[in-house]
Write a protein that binds this ligand. Structure first.
Ligand code: KIV
Length: 266
């Protein structure tokens, strides 16, 4: 099967066909995600939480990311595979290139994702100049949880929203080709979708995005403690089991039924 390309994602944006994305960390689920029609698979550093049992993503290493990316890559043929550059693995252009080399060369990812705005512009530019497709992540940045003071919604005040808009524009000019925007008001996400050429994938950012992503364990109801309020359990009550839950997620993203008003907090 042909691999989904960034050009196809850009066409989906233009044609207003929502892009379905989920995180994944192993080969068995990778196969199920592909069968369900997920177009973009993200090996997120959320594996620090859901696989390794840490309280944050900070302990995740490049070695961890390579291990899980390889496992997922072995089982995927069509979806675009993105892998996260983990905490402090992209503090200089040279370090970002070396880390991306490992995720793509050893891991088999087709794109890398990194968190941040103005502070990562040089790294995005260097990666893009050397042929590495880059997804950027704005809004709630889990790798900055201690600076943010918790997992809180971002961009709710006018100044903060304007910084996110300016960062997104600058990152796109630096070469970013996809944006994940996490826990921002739906109106801000909608403005980003309209203003940017690159597709905008939301998580906790309302329905007016080019696509949606969730952490796999959250949408299967397998979270630790209270589930995120922007997520939905697609497995409980599902007669089709895991495959049915994944297919229901893809269908809900495609039809615009997810996220609904109850998952849109701001
Ligand atoms: O690491 C991750 O799973 C992510 C998603 C929350 C988008 O970055």
């Amino acid at each position: 099967m042909d691999r989904i390309t960034l050009g196809q994602l850009a066409s989906m944006k233009r044609e207003r066909q929502p892009i379905a994305c989920l995180t994944c960390y192993d080969a068995t689920f990778a196969r199920l995600l592909e069968q369900a029609g997920v177009e973009v698979v993200l090996v997120g550093d959320s594996l620090g939480n859901v696989i390794q049992g840490h309280a944050s993503t900070l302990p995740v290493s490049v070695d961890d990311m390579v291990y899980h990316t390889k496992s997922v890559a072995r089982a995927l043929s069509a979806p675009l595979l993105i892998a996260d550059l983990p905490f402090l693995s992209y503090t200089t252009p040279a370090q970002a290139l070396a880390s991306a080399h490992r995720l793509m060369g050893e891991g088999g990812a087709q794109m890398v994702k990194l968190e941040g705005g103005a502070q990562v512009l040089d790294m995005v530019r260097a990666l893009s100049d050397f042929g590495v497709p880059v997804c950027v992540h704005l809004g709630l940045l889990p790798q900055s949880v201690h600076r943010l003071g918790g997992y809180r919604y971002q961009g709710r005040e006018a100044g903060a929203a304007e910084r996110i808009r300016a960062d997104a524009r600058a990152l796109q000019e630096a070469g970013a080709e996809l944006l994940v925007v996490e826990c921002v008001p739906a109106q801000l996400a909608g403005e980003l979708r309209q203003q940017l050429r690159m597709p905008v994938i939301g998580i906790g950012a309302g329905a007016d995005c080019d696509g949606q992503v969730l952490v796999l364990h959250d949408m299967l109801g397998a979270h630790r403690g209270r589930p995120p309020r922007f997520s939905r359990d697609f497995l409980t009550g599902q007669t089709g089991g895991l495959s049915g839950a994944l297919a229901a997620y893809v269908a809900a993203v495609k039809s615009g039924a997810f996220p609904g008003p109850e998952q849109t907090l701001f």
